[in-house]
Design a protein around this ligand. Structure first.
Ligand SMILES: [Fe+2]
Length: 219
């Protein structure tokens, strides 16, 4: 059955890998999948030219109160080496933190946008959407994060190391996408990262109902 007619992310799936998409049809297919998940889609064109360094673990659009629930990554050209996409179970991460460190589960964070001037949000570390708690988070990056309500015996570095140690236990997808593959992601149930790479890596990223799509992107 074609992805045009098949529903994606059924039964609460955290992500879905679709393959065999013709490169020239990829953008349109992603747009159609996006429309089936929300009202509008924003395509970010080809990404991956600029910075082959690893990104840090994050939730997409973490700096907005509602983030964005769905996004997609489609592979046009694979890097020579690396460029692996890893997804982490954000619901399991929230459960682990609540069980192991209820005090850390009460922390709030301010996240400032790197590429949109004046955009920030202050939210609980464990957010709740659709009746489910999840970790909405971005690893320490420049001066873009503030921590609020950190327990007295936990310093910032310990906090960030602890979250990394939780997420190490929550990997649920790890793959270097090949041309023609698209991963559809529920951002309310996962966090993600992309490893370092060499060579040229061309990806299409599509966000569904991006709350900042009307803003000018600062580069
Ligand atoms: Fe991302």
């Amino acid at each position: 059955m074609s992805v045009n007619t098949r529903a994606v992310l059924q039964d609460g799936a955290h992500f879905e890998l679709i393959n065999g998409i013709e490169i020239l049809e990829m953008s349109q297919r992603m747009h159609e999948i996006g429309l089936s998940l929300g009202a509008t889609t924003v395509e970010h064109g080809l990404i991956g030219f600029g910075d082959p360094k690893p990104v840090r673990i994050h939730s997409e659009v973490v700096y907005h109160e509602d983030m964005v629930q769905f996004f997609m990554l489609g592979c046009v050209e694979r890097a020579t080496d690396g460029g692996t996409t890893i997804l982490y179970d954000a619901v399991k991460a929230a459960e682990i933190i609540k069980a192991e460190h209820p005090d850390i589960a009460e922390v709030s964070m301010t996240f400032r946008a790197e590429h949109y001037e004046g955009v920030s949000t202050t939210v609980p570390l464990l957010r709740e959407k659709n009746g489910q708690q999840f970790l909405g988070f971005r690893q320490k990056k420049k001066q873009l994060n503030d921590l609020i309500g950190l327990p007295k015996d936990v310093d910032e570095d310990t906090f960030y190391d602890y979250i990394d140690s939780v997420l190490d236990r929550c990997i649920e997808f790890e793959k270097t996408l090949s041309p023609g593959e698209v991963v559809v992601v529920d951002n309310y149930q996962t966090l993600h990262v992309r490893t370092a790479y060499t060579g040229v890596r061309k990806m299409i990223r599509v966000r569904v109902d991006d709350p900042e799509d009307h803003r000018e992107y600062l580069v």
